[in-house]
Ligand binder design. Structure first.
Ligand code: HEM
Length: 500
């Protein structure tokens, strides 16, 4: 090749390189977002409450992929199902990390699947969860869940309205303790109920993961709680021992079975009820994995309890506010199941309207409005928008539930929207959204879906949910007010036996 040709090729190569570089720089534009302030970015504009709803409002101006900057940390808000699937599902290999949640770690929430960074330990925990909570394995829990739902309706009917929240929570806790530790709750002073109350309180005080000043300035952990911005230091001190108990208690309670376990392995007999902990102990039978086992069990307990009972509380509220939906579902149950027995999982396929109520409950007020943030592990470009490595990526589940392009009149509770046309509107089920996305999708989704369905169908079949009365006999109309994560207000309800 002549010198001139060499020069020509080098010139063209250089030109191509420059064009690619310029193109990359031009395209390396962050997604749109509201204007921020110098240095602190959007810090002063961040909503104190209802962030998912406010982000959704902003996204009407800035689009389904929006960017915010808080003290140098990039946040990407995904406000449409399409964007969440494209990014978190289809590009899961780089979008499955979690940021460090300093407050949760300091309080002792470690190792816990929901907060583990992507890597070897995450894989181990995810595998432990998946092997015990898979769609197939969830079948094994159905009869236990049915039994717990029967106990729930009996408790609701026999007690007074001030106890209803407790019983919904006991239902959710009772299922998790049986799955995790093979422990059946039979009394209101069960240690697991006490623990679950305390964990709920701790979660409320710790606030949304990643949202405290400590998460932005870890140095604050070395300051006293009275120091501006160091309030969470006090929260950490207050709840550390409770969190330790959540980790230690289930294994301690079951460890009395360890000698029996050896016996089981030899003799294949024993008195222990099957459980996640026991199954893991049978596999490993050695204590160096105990920390991982404690963490995996605690994660199921903490992630599965408040979400399930919070969803049931939303259902109860919806039924009070929409008695016509309740009556329609009860009519369907009566015609399919009759009044001699309660619905069972085998009836599920024949109860399309009950299914719609479940889907609408998940959609109308999702238990985790902003999910749990993912962290992107590499620079990425999505539809010409640059998403820098290290950004926190939030699936705005609440925003997706209000997407007018998908759900008509989205603020209304309207279960018929899911029925196929022409009876309904043929809108997509919400369980594809409510449990999150990609490799970090809720590991308990099948168990949760079954728990909520059997509870809803059993309550509808056996009770009428209606407004409670105040001391003067006047109807109390509950407010539909929610926090960012869980149901905020105490719901005043009355459940009466159904004689229809
Ligand atoms: C109606 C009830 C429930 C709802 C609405 C719900 C929703 C969610 C959501 C939105 C996420 C975040 C997913 C993401 O990062 O994209 C999640 C994660 C998780 N959920 Fe659930 N969940 C429920 C019940 C349960 C139950 C019963 C369990 C356990 C038995 C459970 C265990 C977990 C765990 C361990 C994670 C973290 C997974 C990971 O980071 O890899 N959840 N859930």
């Amino acid at each position: 090749m002549s010198l001139a040709l060499h020069c020509f090729v080098a010139f063209i190569g250089g030109l191509c390189f420059l064009v690619i570089l310029c193109k990359k720089q031009r395209s390396a534009i962050l997604p749109p977002g509201p204007p921020g302030d110098p240095l602190v970015g959007h810090l002063l504009r961040m909503p104190a409450t209802d962030s998912a709803l406010i982000f959704h409002e902003w996204s009407k101006t800035y689009g389904e992929v929006m960017h915010l900057e808080v003290l140098g940390r990039t946040m990407i808000i995904l406000d449409s199902y399409r964007a969440a699937v494209d990014i978190l599902d289809k590009r899961g290999s780089i979008y499955s990390d979690r940021p460090k949640f300093i407050v949760y770690e300091l309080v002792g929430w470690k190792p816990a699947l929901a907060f583990l960074q992507y890597g070897k330990q995450y894989n181990k925990h995810r595998q432990m969860h998946q092997s015990y909570l898979s769609r197939h394995k969830a079948e094994d829990f159905k009869s236990m869940q049915t039994q717990e739902a029967r106990t729930l309706v009996r408790n609701l009917i026999e007690s007074t309205p001030d106890k209803y929240e407790k019983f919904l929570s006991r239902f959710a806790t009772g299922i998790i303790t049986q799955i995790v530790a093979g422990h059946r709750i039979t009394s209101n002073d069960d240690p697991y109920l006490r623990l679950s109350d305390m964990i709920a309180q701790a979660i409320t005080e710790m606030g949304p993961p990643g949202g405290s000043p400590l998460d932005f300035f870890p140095i604050l952990q070395h300051f006293p709680p009275w120091f501006p911005g160091a309030h969470h230091v006090g929260v950490v001190r207050a709840w550390r021992s409770t969190m330790q108990e959540l980790y230690d208690y289930p294994l301690r309670a079951i460890s009395t079975l360890r000698p029996q376990l050896i016996f089981i392995l030899w003799q294949k007999v024993g008195e222990a009820l099957p459980s996640f902990i026991l199954a893991q102990l049978e596999q490993t039978a050695q204590s160096e994995d105990d920390e991982d086992l404690k963490g995996a069990a605690a994660a199921m307990f903490a992630a599965g309890e408040s979400t399930t009972w919070g969803t049931l509380a939303v259902f109860v509220l919806a039924m009070i506010l929409h008695p016509e939906c309740q009556a329609k579902a009860q009519k369907e149950i009566d015609s399919v199941v009759g009044d001699l027995r309660l619905p069972d999982f085998k009836d599920r396929g024949n109860l399309p309207f009950v299914e719609c109520i479940l889907q609408e409950t998940l959609r109308w007020n999702p238990a985790l409005p902003l999910g749990v943030p993912h962290r992107v592990m590499e620079d990425d470009v999505y539809r010409g928008m640059f998403i820098p490595k290290g950004s926190l990526v939030f699936a705005n589940i609440r925003g997706m539930s209000l997407d007018e392009a998908v759900y008509s009149d989205p603020k209304s509770f309207f279960p018929e929207r899911f029925l196929p046309k022409p009876a309904g509107k043929g809108e997509p089920h919400f369980s594809n959204v409510a449990f999150g996305f990609g490799r970090r999708i809720c590991s308990g989704q099948y168990v949760a879906d079954n728990s909520v369905w059997i509870a809803i169908s059993s309550i509808l079949a056996s009770s009428n949910i209606s407004n409670a009365l105040d001391e003067n006999g006047h109807v109390i109309v509950p407010e539909s007010k929610f926090t960012d994560g869980l149901v905020k207000q105490v719901i005043s309800i009355a459940v009466t036996p159904n004689h229809n």
